[in-house]
Design a protein around this ligand. Structure first.
Ligand code: ZN
Length: 248
C-alpha cells in the first residue's frame, strides 16, 4: 500500500471523494493534504474531518509570505490541531514575496511547529543553501519533509546528513529528470516518501491531465527504477517513512 505524502485535493477540480476512491483502488492507503494559506488550510482540515483517509497540514506558502501578518493568528490556531505545518519554505525561483520576508515567515512557522511538536513540510526552490542554513540553525532536520525534492546528488547528500525525510513527485519520472534521479539514488529508502503534489506535476504518460493521488504509484515505480528495487519494497519503505513522520 502507498501513501501520497503531498496532494492539494482542496485545490483540484476533481471531487476529493472521487479522487480518494480512485486512489484506494490504485493501492493508496491515505494521503496528506497541506494548505498554502489560511483558507486552503481550513479546507484541508474539513477534508480530514470528513474522511479518515486524509491527514492535513496548515501553513503559508512562501509565494504568499506578504500575507503573514494578516494570517498568522489563524494559521497558528489551525496548526494546533493539524498533523503537520506546511507547506512552508523558500522559493527564490519565482520570488513572488521578498526573500528576507520569506525567511522570516519560514522561521516563524518552524517555531510554531516546534512548539506543537509537529513535522514541517518544506517547499524549497532555488533556495538550497538558505533552507539548509535555517534547518541547521533551528535543528528542524529530523522532523522535516522536503517536498517535491529536485536536488542532485550534492545537495541531497548534505540534506541527508541533517536527518531530513525526502519526498519525490512527478518530476522524478520526467524525461528531463536525470539530475533528480541521480539525487534520488543518494536518498535513504527509510527516509524517503512519494507524493503527487496534486493538482500539478502529473507524471508521464498523463502529463496533460490534472494530477490525482492514484498517480503516486507512478512515482513509486520511477523510484524503484532508480534504486533497482522491487516496487513492493519501495511501497513498504515510503509508507513506513510516512507513518513515522505523520503517525500511522
Ligand atoms: Zn504543494
Amino acid at each position: 500500500m502507498w501513501v501520497d505524502s503531498h496532494c492539494h485535493l482542496q485545490l483540484a477540480e476533481a471531487e476529493p471523494a472521487d479522487s480518494l476512491d480512485r486512489a484506494v483502488q490504485a493501492g493508496v492507503e491515505w494521503v496528506v493534504v497541506p494548505g498554502v494559506d489560511a483558507q486552503s488550510s481550513e479546507a484541508a482540515r474539513r477534508l480530514a474531518q470528513a474522511d479518515p483517509r486524509v491527514r492535513w497540514a496548515a501553513g503559508l506558502h512562501p509565494h504568499d509570505a506578504t500575507r503573514w501578518t494578516a494570517q498568522a493568528d489563524q494559521i497558528t490556531e489551525l496548526a494546533a490541531t493539524a498533523d503537520a505545518v506546511g507547506e512552508i519554505g523558500l522559493d527564490f525561483y519565482r520570488s513572488l514575496s521578498p526573500r528576507g520576508l520569506q525567511i522570516d515567515v519560514f522561521k516563524a512557522q518552524i517555531e510554531i511547529a516546534q512548539a506543537a511538536r509537529l513535522p514541517i513540510i518544506v517547499h524549497c526552490r532555488d533556495a538550497f543553501s538558505s533552507v539548509f542554513e535555517i534547518l541547521e540553525e533551528t535543528e528542524a532536520g529530523p522532523s522535516t519533509v522536503l517536498h517535491c525534492w529536485t536536488a542532485g546528488p550534492r545537495w541531497t547528500k548534505r540534506f541527508r546528513d541533517l536527518g531530513v525525510t525526502f519526498s519525490y513527485a512527478g518530476p522524478l519520472a520526467f524525461e528531463n529528470g536525470d539530475t533528480i534521479r541521480r539525487g534520488a539514488a543518494e536518498a535513504p529508502p527509510e527516509r524517503t516518501m512519494v507524493e503527487t503534489d496534486t493538482p500539478l506535476l502529473t507524471p508521464p504518460p498523463f502529463r496533460d491531465e490534472e494530477n490525482q493521488p492514484s498517480r503516486v504509484v507512478l512515482v513509486g515505480q520511477a523510484l524503484a527504477g532508480v534504486w533497482g528495487m522491487d516496487v513492493a519494497e519501495v511501497a513498504r519503505h515510503t509508507t513506513g517513512a510516512a507513518e513515522r513522520i505523520f503517525g500511522g
